[in-house]
Design a protein around this ligand. Structure first.
Ligand SMILES: Cc1ncc(COP(=O)(O)O)c(C=O)c1O
Length: 368
């Protein structure tokens, strides 16, 4: 599904130059390289603040804590989708909040704005929208609908872990809501050589709160000003690697989009590739397929690996069965989709021949 050795080889000279220089500086945490990447990434997304943290899961948890203001929100609902890998649900439970699941749109597999609106109430502490598979939720439409319903005070968190550089209406995902979060897991559209994450916002109060929470709750060195802090930092070496990759993110996203475009042209009848909108960045090439198991076996026989993102809905995870949650009975589209999802390989370092091999297999499946 991915081969990170190819990524390394492509950028080897620049990575080794930047990493060596960072190591030689003797400053490995909270230094100039992290500041440089944070400023460059904030500029790229179009917000004032970027706080680098250890991974995307921490980013979501801390952003949610800062957005809701933890103590007053205890036990209240956070509207989110149940099909996005469980990260938002985890962030809720770690903040003593209750995930309130709502349905998705069938074609995009993204949270449905009308379902969010139907569920939103005075109990709602926040809304987490995940820009899944590289597609973008229409946060502008959501904000307008909330304002009309007199609910514009509800904070919205964008989870952009699968949507680095994605756009909607000329704006970049991560700049659309109150606060946004990113993962830099190595296979993401912008990935580190290890773990990393970030929280982005143009709200100075949220930025300050997150900065405190990510470093023990300190307001200054060794002085704790807020409860529930922890250590969640990105190291300087990861920031150096990310700064190298950021320069080419646009081109690499275009390559992903071109690969997905070829798949869509090869298969339109028995597979429906998920449509994340004009500004989507093809983090994953996910299709809905009625005979998924047979399709996966067929692809394997034709030399193509497949995956399922994600096989179990958050509300159906055995390990979470005892945790509080709401909305589980109304997920018609989510439930109709979960057993039909299938991912085929899509990453910028695939060769022309490999993409051709996937296209050929897709075309043969269509013709059967
Ligand atoms: C949508 C989404 N949110 C959050 C995360 C969590 O990121 P991390 O693995 O860096 O903790 C991921 C990562 O896989 C993700 O895909």
């Amino acid at each position: 599904m991915n081969d990170l050795k190819r990524l390394y080889q492509r950028y080897q000279v620049e990575i080794e130059r930047e990493v060596t220089s960072t190591l030689r500086s003797g400053w490995w945490l909270n230094g100039a390289m992290g500041k440089k990447f944070a400023a460059n990434f904030a500029g790229f997304i179009g917000v004032s603040d970027c706080v680098l943290v250890a991974n995307g899961t921490d980013a979501l948890e801390l952003a949610l804590a800062a957005a809701v203001g933890r103590n007053g929100a205890r036990g209240r609902g956070v509207i989110t989708a149940a099909n996005a890998g469980g990260y938002a649900s985890c962030a809720c439970w770690h903040n003593d909040l209750v995930p309130h699941y709502v349905d998705i749109d069938a074609a995009s597999q993204l949270i449905s704005v009308s379902s969010v609106l139907a569920a939103a109430s005075t109990d709602t502490a926040a809304i987490v929208v995940t820009h899944l598979y590289g597609g973008v939720v229409d946060v502008g439409a959501l904000k307008s609908a909330l304002a009309e319903a007199g609910l514009s005070h509800i904070p919205i968190v964008e989870d952009c872990a699968q949507a680095h550089g994605a756009r909607i209406g000329g704006r970049v995902a991560g700049s659309l809501a109150d606060v946004s979060t990113f993962s830099f897991y190595p296979t993401k559209n912008l990935g580190a050589a290890g773990d990393g994450g970030a929280i982005l916002t143009s709200d100075p109060a949220i930025a300050e709160h997150v900065r405190r929470l990510q470093q023990y709750g300190w307001v200054s060195k060794y002085h704790v000003g807020v409860p529930h802090g922890r250590n969640s930092r990105m190291d300087e070496v990861q920031a150096a690697v990310l700064d190298v990759f950021l320069r080419d993110l646009g081109d690499r996203n275009e390559r992903r989009r071109a690969i997905l475009g070829r798949y869509k042209s090869a298969a339109r009848r028995r597979l429906q590739f998920v449509e994340g909108g004009d500004g989507a960045v093809a983090h994953l090439a996910v299709a809905l397929c009625d005979e998924r198991d047979a399709f996966r076996i067929f692809m394997k026989e034709h030399g193509v690996d497949t995956e399922v993102h994600y096989p179990v809905l958050d509300c159906d995870q055995v390990g979470w069965a005892g945790l509080p949650m709401k909305g589980t009975e109304d997920l018609v589209v989510t439930r109709a989709s979960v057993n039909r999802l299938c991912t085929v390989p899509c990453y910028p370092d695939m060769t022309y021949d490999e993409v051709g091999q996937v296209c050929l297999a897709l075309a043969q499946w269509e013709a059967m």
